[in-house]
Ligand binder design. Structure first.
Ligand code: GUN
Length: 284
């Protein structure tokens, strides 16, 4: 079994991005990310802190907009429009979730597609579906980087994705399809789940339920990617996979923490640098 070291790979990617960021600085270009958070979600606070730390590491400037939970849709859209126009800002990220009374879809589609480093704008999602160059949502993109690094070829493989969120499951479908995998997406209404997962060469779980993926659901020598970040009663973080029992049956597995999580943030940094280069006419 190979334990996939997402932390190490993310570190390597960040070190390379730092070199690119320094080169940009030498040309007088300071890459900058703006992050918007609305309300007081405790998980979001941790994610946002990690993003700001990663920016610091790579040398990307970082600007945070913490909005009160009483913020109106008009105020949120107004801020996004202001950031769209601000030429010093290369990437805009609206941390989800936001309070229920706000329309997150409208907010995401207000972010300029050129600054949409999360890859959530319908134009960028559409480009991914059409297999055109775009900003790919960071978690699916990080998983594709793991496959590249560990020489896991998706061509012709049965990939089973658990979860169909807009942030992870849906973009993953297209990332895998674009690499010629045979893709099956399962979700809460799927019947005979075990019969499907047992045939998977690669299982990617993004459902947010601790210990959901059990050893009898997994084929021998499969690849298991665990996107789950679940907090147990004792405060420990665990993934969706029953890691202790599954690990000895499979060829590759990601740990939680230290697997997919750090890759998500590394790919966000990658997208910010890419946005900066694009906006400065250095790449298409
Ligand atoms: N909330 C949970 N994951 C993410 C993410 O990748 N991007 C944003 N914007 N919000 C999130």
């Amino acid at each position: 079994m190979v334990l996939i070291d997402g932390k190490q790979l993310a570190k390597k990617i960040r070190a390379n991005l730092k070199i690119e960021c320094d080169e940009l600085k030498q040309s007088g270009i300071n890459s900058k990310l703006a992050v918007i958070m609305v309300g007081n979600n405790s998980a979001s606070k941790i994610y946002v802190k990690n993003k700001s730390k990663a920016c610091d590491d790579v040398g990307i400037k970082y600007e945070e907009h913490l909005l009160d939970h009483k913020t109106t849709q008009k105020e949120l859209i107004g801020l996004i429009e202001k950031l769209n126009k601000d030429e010093s800002i290369n990437g805009i990220l609206l941390q989800s979730p936001i309070p229920d009374n706000l329309d997150i879809n409208e907010a995401f589609r207000t972010i300029s597609p050129e600054k949409d480093v999360d890859g959530f704008h319908p134009v960028n999602v559409g480009k991914l579906v059409l297999n055109q160059d775009t900003f790919v949502s960071c978690t699916p993109y990080g998983i594709m980087k793991i496959f590249e690094e560990y020489n896991i070829d998706l061509c012709g493989k049965n990939v089973v994705i658990l979860g169909r969120s807009n942030i992870v499951g849906k973009p993953l479908i297209h990332c895998c399809l674009n690499r010629n995998a045979t893709v099956t997406t399962c979700h809460s209404k799927t019947k005979e789940l075990k019969e499907i997962t047992k045939n998977a060469d690669i299982i990617i779980s993004a459902i947010g339920k601790a210990n959901f993926v059990k050893v009898d659901m997994v084929k021998e020598n499969a690849v298991v990617i665990d996107v789950g970040i679940n907090r147990l009663d004792d405060g420990k973080i665990t993934g969706d996979v029953d890691f202790e029992n599954v690990k000895d049956k499979v060829d590759f597995i990601t740990p939680v923490p230290g697997g997919v999580g750090p890759m998500t943030i590394a790919m966000l940094m990658n997208n910010v640098i890419k946005a900066t280069k694009r906006q400065n006419g250095m790449i298409d």
